[in-house]
Design a protein around this ligand. Structure first.
Ligand SMILES: Nc1ncnc2c1ncn2[C@@H]1O[C@H](COP(=O)(O)OP(=O)(O)OP(=O)(O)O)[C@@H](O)[C@H]1O
Ligand SMILES: [Mg+2]
Length: 216
C-alpha cells in the first residue's frame, strides 16, 4: 500500500557490459540528464558502493587473479552486494532517489557464472540468498565487439594488462553471457549498441530509459 506522505520509490538502473564498453561514461551522462530533469540521482558501482563493500572490493580487485577460487570470489561479490543493497541502494530507493549502478549481479553471472565456468545455477542460488526477489527496474547491456573493447582498453593506461591476460576467448564468453541474460529477461534488460559515439549512445540510453520507465 502506498503512503501518500512518502515519495514514490526511486528506480534502480544497472549498466552492464565488458571492459571498455562505456559503462562508467554512460552512468555519468545519464545521471547528468536525469538531474537536469529534476530527479534525485545517486551513482554507484560494484563491487563496492558502501564502506563494507569497498573493503571487500579491495580483497577481490587488488589481489592477483588467482587469489580466490571461483566459488569464494562469487561469495565475496554477493557479500559485497548484500551490504551495498542494505546500506546504499535500498535506503536511496526508499527516499525516492534513482540509483544508477555501474555493474551489478549480471556481471557476476557473466564473469564468474559463464566465462570462468562456475555455472549459472550456483550464481542464481547465491543471488536468491543474498538479494531475494529484488531486481533492477532496467538493465542496460552495453554491447561491443571484443576487439573494439580491447582497443578502448588499450587507449587507457593500466587496463590493457588485465584485459589481455584474460584473453580474447574469455571476453567472447563474457559478451555471450550478457547477451544470454538479456535474451532470457527482455522485460528487464535492453541491449544498447555501444559502438557509436559517446553522445549517440547517451541518446540511445536516454530513449530507452524514457520508453521503459516512462521518464528521463
Ligand atoms: N562510445 C565511445 N567511443 C569511443 N570511446 C569511448 C566511448 N565510450 C567510452 N569511451 C572511452 O573508452 C574508455 C572506456 O570507457 P568507460 O570507462 O566508460 O568504460 P567501462 O565500461 O566503464 O570500462 P571498465 O569495465 O573497464 O570500467 C574510456 O577511455 C572512454 O573515454
Ligand atoms: Mg568503468
Amino acid at each position: 500500500m502506498s503512503d501518500p506522505g512518502r515519495p514514490p520509490r526511486g528506480k534502480f538502473i544497472t549498466f552492464e557490459g565488458g571492459e571498455g564498453a562505456g559503462k562508467s561514461t554512460q552512468v555519468r551522462l545519464l545521471a547528468e540528464r536525469l538531474r537536469v530533469a529534476g530527479r534525485e540521482v545517486v551513482t554507484t558501482r560494484e563491487p563496492g558502493g558502501s564502506p563494507g563493500a569497498e573493503a571487500i572490493r579491495k580483497l577481490v580487485v587488488e589481489g592477483s587473479v588467482d587469489s580466490w577460487d571461483g566459488t569464494t570470489e562469487a561469495l565475496l561479490m554477493f557479500a559485497a552486494r548484500r551490504d551495498h543493497l542494505a546500506r546504499t541502494i535500498w535506503p536511496a530507493l526508499a527516499r525516492g532517489t534513482w540509483v544508477l549502478c555501474d555493474r551489478f549481479a549480471d556481471s557476476t553471472m557473466a564473469y564468474q557464472g559463464q566465462a570462468h565456468g562456475l555455472g549459472r545455477s550456483v550464481v542464481a542460488r547465491l543471488y536468491e540468498l543474498a538479494v531475494g526477489d529484488f531486481r533492477p527496474d532496467l538493465t542496460l547491456v552495453l554491447d561491443l565487439p571484443v576487439p573494439v573493447g580491447l582497443a578502448r582498453a588499450r587507449a587507457r593506461p593500466g587496463v590493457e594488462d588485465r584485459f589481455e591476460r584474460l584473453g580474447h576467448a574469455f571476453h567472447e564468453r563474457v559478451r555471450a553471457g550478457f547477451l544470454d541474460i538479456a535474451a532470457a529477461e527482455p522485460a528487464r534488460c535492453a541491449i544498447v549498441d555501444a559502438t557509436g559515439s559517446i553522445e549517440a549512445i547517451s541518446v540511445a540510453v536516454c530513449d530507452t530509459v524514457r520508453s521503459r520507465l516512462g521518464a528521463g
